[in-house]
Design a protein around this ligand. Structure first.
Ligand code: HEM
Length: 507
């Protein structure tokens, strides 16, 4: 009996200890499983070392990823090397990243090229989330994009367009104009005059042209392969020549930006308040007399100039070129636009910025262009800062989110069977939420999302008011080449060339 009760109490004690041990282990186990086995989004099969990189071969990135999303869904995990990317391909999921979880995704990934070209993450567009980034963004919005400079901006835009219309008016008959070159000269002229007081059209004494320098910078800001292979990255960049290209690109950009700042420093004493461009304002914000706001360093100023050069010109140029390409291909739309613009404006020596407010069809045509040809097809990458869920899947910190604005804008399940058609009338009924995201969303959305479309509308209104446009002889409208190229900015592979004819009001 003694032995039995001793055995029983031993059994009970053991059972109790085991029970308590299990109870203790349970939360640990469930905790561990949530850390070690998160529910990750579907992922195409990976290859060792390169991950899914091979899936991007042979097609522009946004097109390859859009095709894969058909198989793997609107939230897909994708690896380049060991670096995880979250590929977003539907309005609902874009809304989760850019709105619901904006506080988690409002950063940008680190990259060697961004660090170098942005003076150690001093800029707005490519630098990670920080107080400094927000301060820089506030300065750009209030001192460059805001109402303070809007009147000057409109004045410069009108003057530059007059020059362009005059030049086109005396263009030899039946000879095509390269609209890419035309738009680049126009937009660069306007942005440089407003930001830097001078159109800076002249080429630097030595080295590549301004356009080449900025284009190279934009390509590099998109990141290099080395960023995705942490152990061998520096070696890959060295062998592929990317490190030396980055240094050359930095030197060219920096020399150009430095010359703008030097010109301003030399003249600042003689300039009156009304003539102070953006760079003068930045220099004032960097002076010791600025005791109220954020005191800018020279690197801050350079990084802000870089943002204006890389963000403000190419995006507007490609939007104009895609818009005119679609308009030239679609004779019905072209005629409807010209009737609207000419009827509403009437015969007068120049179009006023206010005339544009009445042009509803033109506004829809610009929206339609941005839907079909999102100038930044995968936007600028967003970086996940902490563990969160998107579409019911776990997303881990350090994952880079790419939102396929190009694909979402063309999805027939959203836009109907005629999704691929240029049909501005669709916006008569369609209320847009996240069904198109050409300017991104949330804290890192484009700060020019309200002003940039107005510039595009004004330029198009002038081109279609003063001239009739035809594709060159031998090309059918519908056969106009619409091939795309570029990673960060979506360009037309073959520049658009059209033949202008002066519009004759007396006919
Ligand atoms: C049609 C013209 C334009 C388009 C389609 C466009 C598009 C975009 C897109 C997609 C983004 C990234 C948004 C995101 O990551 O969520 C962006 C960011 C940005 N854009 Fe634009 N943009 C245009 C014109 C401009 C202009 C004229 C400027 C003037 C300087 C500008 C300055 C910027 C800046 C500074 C950012 C970074 C914002 C941040 O990270 O906080 N953009 N833009």
């Amino acid at each position: 009996m003694e032995i039995f009760s001793i055995f029983l109490s031993w059994l009970l004690t053991t059972a109790l200890v085991l029970f308590m041990f299990c109870m203790f282990l349970h939360p640990l186990r469930s905790n561990r499983s949530s850390i070690t086995a998160p529910k990750l989004p579907p992922n195409p099969p990976n290859l060792p070392i390169i991950g899914n990189l091979h899936k991007l071969i042979g097609k522009p990135r946004h097109q390859a990823l859009w095709q894969l999303s058909k198989e793997y869904g609107p939230v897909m995990l994708f690896y380049i090397g060991s670096k995880p990317y979250l590929i977003i391909s539907s309005p609902a999921m874009a809304k989760q990243v850019l709105k619901t979880q904006d506080h988690v995704f409002c950063s940008r990934p680190l990259s060697k090229a961004v660090k170098r070209l942005t003076y150690n993450y001093m800029d707005i567009a490519f630098s990670p989330h920080s107080d400094h980034q927000r301060e820089m963004r506030k300065i750009l919005v209030s001192e460059f994009l805001g109402p303070k400079r809007a009147r000057w901006f409109n004045h410069v835009l009108v003057t530059e367009i007059e020059t362009m219309v005059r030049a086109l008016g005396s263009h030899p008959p039946n000879v095509a104009v390269n609209l890419n070159k035309l738009f680049l000269a126009l937009v660069k002229g306007v942005v440089c005059k407003v930001a830097f007081g001078n159109n800076y059209r002249q080429q630097p004494n030595k080295g590549p042209s301004w356009e080449v320098v900025v284009d190279e910078g934009l390509e590099m800001l998109g990141g290099s392969l080395g960023d995705s292979f942490p152990w061998v990255g520096p070696f890959i960049d060295q062998v592929s020549g990317s490190t030396s290209m980055l240094e050359t690109c930095f030197t060219n950009l920096d020399t150009y930006i430095e010359s703008i700042i030097d010109d301003h420093k030399n003249q600042i004493a003689e300039v009156i308040d009304d003539e102070k461009d953006f760079v003068y304002t930045l220099l004032e914000l960097s002076s010791e007399d600025n005791t109220s706001g954020h005191r800018l360093t020279k690197e801050d100023i350079k990084a802000l100039i870089l943002d204006v050069l890389t963000g403000g010109v190419d995006t507007t140029v490609v939007t104009l070129e895609w818009a005119m390409s679609e308009i030239a291909r679609n004779v019905r739309v072209k005629q409807k636009l010209q009737t609207e613009i000419r009827n509403n404006t009437g015969r007068k020596p120049k179009i006023d910025v206010l005339d544009i407010t009445k042009l509803t069809y033109l506004k829809m045509a610009v929206k339609e262009t941005l839907r079909l040809h999102a100038p930044a097809p995968l936007m600028i990458p967003h970086e996940c800062m902490s563990h969160c869920q998107i579409g019911g899947y776990d997303v881990l910190p350090g994952t880079t989110a790419l939102i396929n604005a190009w694909g979402i804008g063309r999805d027939p399940s959203i836009w109907g069977e005629n999704a691929a058609e240029f049909y501005p009338e669709r916006f008569e009924k369609f209320e847009v939420d996240f069904e198109m995201v050409p300017f991104g969303g949330g804290r890192r959305s484009c700060p020019a999302m309200n002003t940039a479309p107005a510039t595009v509308e004004f330029v198009l209104a002038n081109l279609l008011y003063w001239f009739d446009w035809e594709v060159p002889d031998g090309v059918k409208n519908e056969d106009l080449n619409m091939q795309e190229e570029g990673t960060l900015v979506l360009r037309k592979k073959v520049p658009l060339c059209l033949v202008p004819t002066n519009y004759n009001w007396d006919d």
